[in-house]
Design a protein around this ligand. Structure first.
Ligand code: ZN
Length: 215
C-alpha cells in the first residue's frame, strides 16, 4: 500500500518541498485524521503540560474542516486512565496524575471542533498498562480497515510520545502515514527529543506535512 502512496504522493511531497512545485495531497474519503490526546491535562495549564500544547487546537480545527468537507473519517484518541493508573508517580510510574477518566483534565480542549461522528479512541484504560499509541490495546486498526482507509494523518500531543508512537504503529500496520508537523507539539523532557522523534518517524516512512501541503 505504501508503494502506491510513495509513487503517487510521497515523492511528490518531497519534490514539492525541494523545488517549490505546487503538488498537493488531495484528501479523500478513504483518508483518516487521527487527533492525538488534545486533552486539558496536556495543555500548558494542565497536570502534565506540553509547552504550547494549546497552539495545536486552531490548526487541528482547520484540518478537521478539510476532512469533514471531503467525507473523510476523523478519530480522536484520549488517555482515559483509572484513578490508580500505573503510569502515575504515586503508583510506581513516571508521570504526574493526569487524564483520569471522566475528570475535567481528561476532557478534550473546549475549542477543539470535533464533529459529532468523531470516533473516540480511549487508551490505557486499565490500571496495569500504559499506552502511548492510539493503536495500543484499542480497536483502531480494525475500524480503519473496515472503513477501507489507506492513509492516516496524525497530529496532536505530544510529538515525542503519543504522536510518535501512533505514527510508528500506523506504519507497522501498513498505512501510508503523514505526520502533521504544524498541528503537533512535544514535551521535550530532554532537549532534542522532538527533533529525534520527527527523525524517527521520517526514517520509518512517515511524511511530514503542514496545512499548505493539502488541498
Ligand atoms: Zn497517560
Amino acid at each position: 500500500m505504501c508503494y502506491i502512496f510513495l509513487s503517487d504522493f510521497g515523492v511528490g511531497v518531497i519534490i514539492f518541498k525541494k523545488q517549490g512545485v505546487s503538488m498537493k495531497i488531495r484528501v479523500s474519503k478513504n483518508d483518516a485524521l487521527i487527533v492525538v490526546d488534545v486533552q486539558n491535562d496536556f495543555m500548558p495549564w494542565g497536570a502534565l503540560p506540553v509547552p504550547d500544547g494549546d497552539k495545536v487546537v486552531p490548526v487541528l480545527n482547520q484540518y478537521i474542516q478539510i476532512f469533514v468537507e471531503r467525507g473523510a473519517s476523523i478519530f480522536a484518541s484520549r488517555d482515559w486512565h483509572p484513578e490508580r493508573h500505573s503510569s502515575f508517580k504515586p503508583y510506581g510510574g513516571t508521570w504526574p496524575v493526569h487524564c483520569v477518566r471522566n475528570t475535567e483534565g481528561a476532557m478534550f480542549h473546549k475549542d477543539l471542533k470535533l464533529p459529532k461522528d468523531t470516533y473516540i479512541i480511549s487508551k490505557a484504560t486499565t490500571e496495569d498498562k500504559d499506552a502511548y499509541s492510539a493503536f495500543d490495546g484499542t480497536n483502531l486498526v480494525n475500524i480503519l480497515n473496515e472503513r477501507g482507509i489507506k492513509r492516516v494523518f496524525v497530529g496532536g500531543l505530544a510529538t515525542d510520545y503519543c504522536v510518535k508512537a501512533t505514527v510508528l504503529d500506523a506504519l507497522r500496520n501498513d498505512f501510508c502515514t503523514f505526520f502533521l508537523e504544524d498541528a503537533s507539539r512535544g514535551v521535550e523532557v530532554q532537549k532534542g527529543d522532538v527533533e529525534k522523534a520527527i527523525e524517527t518517524m521520517l526514517l520509518n516512512g512517515a511524511v511530514s506535512v503542514t496545512l499548505k501541503d493539502l488541498k
